[in-house]
Design a binder for this molecule. Sequence first.
Ligand SMILES: Cc1cc2nc3c(=O)[nH]c(=O)nc-3n(C[C@H](O)[C@H](O)[C@H](O)COP(=O)(O)OP(=O)(O)OC[C@H]3O[C@@H](n4cnc5c(N)ncnc54)[C@H](O)[C@@H]3O)c2cc1C
Length: 395
Amino acid sequence: MEPEPKLELDFKNTEIAFSHKSDKELKKMARLFRLMNNPALVQIGSALGLLAINLRLPFSKYFIKQTLFDQFVGGENLLDCQGAIDHLFRNNALTILDYGAEGKSTEEELNHVMNETVRAIEFAAANTSVPVVSTKITGLVDNIILEKLGRKEALNEGELRQYEQLRERIDNMCSRASELGVGLFVDAEESWIQDPIDDLVDEMMALYNHDKTAVYNTYQLYRKDKLQCLKDAHKKAKEGGYILGAKLVRGAYMDKERDRAEEYNYPSPINETKAETDKMYNDGVRYCVENYKTIASCNASHNTESNRLQANLIHELDIVKNHPHLNFCQLFGMSDNLTFNLAEEGFNVAKYVPYGPVKEVVPYLIRRAKENSSVTGEMSRELGFIDAEIKRRGL
Ligand SMILES: Cc1cc2nc3c(=O)[nH]c(=O)nc-3n(C[C@H](O)[C@H](O)[C@H](O)COP(=O)(O)OP(=O)(O)OC[C@H]3O[C@@H](n4cnc5c(N)ncnc54)[C@H](O)[C@@H]3O)c2cc1C
């Protein structure tokens, strides 16, 4: 038999990457990414932007909406996102909806986040181009509870009640997702609150991942212990007769983690070098693809090599390209070169599309701006791709 031809994925194909952008949109994008490339500007802009929104200064909302919001957020509510969802679907990419609420504490706010997430799950069920909704546990309980549990401290009566409410909120979301055949991703957060999150998500997976995968936990491979955690969770899932849902990320809180470890004088949980994180991440990808029958995974990364690795492995192992257990995902407004070239090849690829009122998504927007201001990381390549496409179009 003829050997399978090698998979030729060209992530530098900017024509495919930006085919959905008009000349005007592309130029607007270039202006924004050029501004973000300046770390000092991002630093000052983030502080001022946050202040302006908190003080409700005139035009602050309008200014943010015209710039970062437009680039990185789907809309202020679910219906607003329909345009972005349809746009992605026309280009063979799916949508993962993410209500952008973080760090909530009053009961009213926490119930609002749960209700909004359930609404998103119901919206997804009616929308074949939205297979998954994402959620953050820090939007569903006061952080104090998670921190106490993370320190293995006993909760008092009132705190136990709050924890029970959290379990109910999560269970409501997971059961609705399972009932309607929608996936629910649970984001990973800081290491000192992650253990109680892992425990809850493991419990939900054991309940709802039997026939289909409804619930996915997130594994941050910048943490020294997380590759082993992924393997342990897989073992537990196999013993419990359910499918492990695993979203892989490198991890978003590196500086915060290292600073805290230094401040409280404990060993940093984060790998010492980027190369170690890359190796662990890629080992995680390999592990998930090799075990795809019992792990439903999502490679959530903007790293070219990690995406290429998964595509090549799927090809080499002769697995159908759009197997429902093998997925790729990037953030809305970033790495279109990966998303649309993978989509063009027939892989399952989605964009994480956050939505919410401007004030709620400002912390998310600041993280995106900071990420794109780095001069050495993969993200700064974004501007390079946009410029290459502008040149190719002769603009
Ligand atoms: C769809 C999606 C969902 C996400 N969900 C989450 C989530 O739930 N929780 C979360 O924490 N993050 C999440 N992230 C962010 C993610 O963790 C990364 O911060 C981001 O994607 C950058 O990593 P990368 O794999 O794209 O590629 P790269 O740009 O190649 O890697 C950058 C990352 O490498 C690591 N790194 C950089 N320098 C070093 C160093 N010196 N030593 C050790 N490690 C280093 C850091 O994690 C850094 O963010 C998500 C990202 C995407 C695309």
